[in-house]
Design a protein around this ligand. Sequence first.
Ligand code: SF4
Length: 88
Amino acid sequence: MNEADLNRVWQEFTEKNDFKLNPDQKHVDMITKGILINEQKYGLKLCPCRLRNGTPERDLELICPCNFKAHDTWQKKGMCWCGLFVKR
Ligand code: SF4
């Protein structure tokens, strides 16, 4: 999967939700690159903004998209931790 494919998946994922991709395409591109680098390194599309500790349980929590509505950043800023997804 390349960056364009991943962006297309996210567009479809957000279509019928109360969030969308960040309109700042440069920011989206930066996060996308980080996720794809993590996939090459670790075999999983891990969040580029949070540290893995090497345990399978922790790594599963970091697969993008994560459960970002449970994060403070969603409540306070209306975005996921990395700012990839923002409230509509
Ligand atoms: S914080 Fe955002 S970029 Fe990071 S895993 Fe969650 S949804 Fe993806």
